[in-house]
Design a protein around this ligand. Structure first.
Ligand SMILES: [Zn+2]
Length: 187
């Protein structure tokens, strides 16, 4: 299976977010391993950028824009959109959305260049949330929605720490490069 991350950026940001896209590519390599370790699934990973044109208020970018793109690219590919806009509607407890072979999250733009910790804490974590939903669903795990949201609630309100990994995708207690939800309860 191909997991295709698509970094969706505003036209005005073209060429200005290269270091973030470099992180996205490293994150893709990390998630290939994490998905294998966590869900016993082999995926190939591809990463690309996509530029969105300026939108008027009447034609705001939303999930429907992305699902059209997903269909056009091929529905047998898992497309995961890292977006500069949030989903207008979602069942999720984070700013993301998923469906069959489809994921999207709000990718928050850091204030400071090279703030890897911000990317790990703010963006990498929500990606793990939506990936968990879809791989648990595909693996036919019962109550998969509750499983993810229960652990997310603990991260948000009960001081459960996110799991930290270094640049080589190994667990670390210091200077994390990637961070995910705690998947230990997924069985
Ligand atoms: Zn969710």
């Amino acid at each position: 299976m191909l997991l295709h991350f698509i970094f969706v950026i505003d036209k005005d940001d073209l060429g200005k977010r290269t270091w973030e896209f470099e992180y996205v590519k490293e994150m893709g390599r990390f998630y290939k391993k994490w998905i294998k370790d966590t869900f016993s699934r082999d995926v190939e990973v591809q990463c690309d950028e996509m530029v969105t044109p300026k939108q008027s208020l009447l034609q705001r970018l939303d999930i429907s824009t992305l699902t059209q793109d997903h269909r056009a690219r091929g529905e047998d590919i898992f497309h995961f959109y890292l977006c500069h806009f949030r989903p207008m509607w979602t069942d999720c407890t984070c700013e993301g959305y998923y469906a069959e072979n489809f994921g999207m999250t709000l990718w928050v733009k850091p204030k400071d260049k090279d703030d890897i910790l911000f990317l790990a804490q703010k963006n990498c974590t929500t990606v793990s949330h939506e990936l968990s939903h879809e791989f648990l669903r595909q693996n036919k795990v019962k109550k998969h929605v509750e499983l993810v949201h229960d652990v997310w609630l603990k991260h948000t309100f009960s001081d459960l720490p996110f799991v930290q990994y270094d640049k080589n995708s190994e667990r670390t207690d210091t200077a994390p490069y990637f961070m995910t939800l705690d998947a230990s309860s997924f069985g």
